[in-house]
Design a protein. Sequence first.
Length: 123
Amino acid sequence: MNSEIVPNPPFVDSLQSHRADAWELVKQQLLVGTILTGKIYYRAPYGVFFDAGVGFPVLIEVPEFGKPEGGMVFSEDYPALGSLISGEIAGFRDEMRQIVVVKIGNLLFYQQLSRTMGLDETL
């Protein structure tokens, strides 16, 4: 899968220092488990990013939108740029200021797995 991005993508300044306060505010306002929906603006080999109107990129990784039966995911399996996608907030990646979502209904599984493995629940 080659990366694809829409012209004039959003969030080009999301890592700038002047956005730090906005990032902290978003993390306080959006709760884990909240469902976000938006348009895909970037397709990467590891997942897709979408704009949910919250001011920062939302990432859903390949296993969350791949084939229901599992197996390899090919570029034709990816949702199209501009298409709508939804996910349930699983955590926040501070170093990249990304909101990470999982397939709706998978959050409980990931929380249980994190506890079992002794991991921090925030991705």
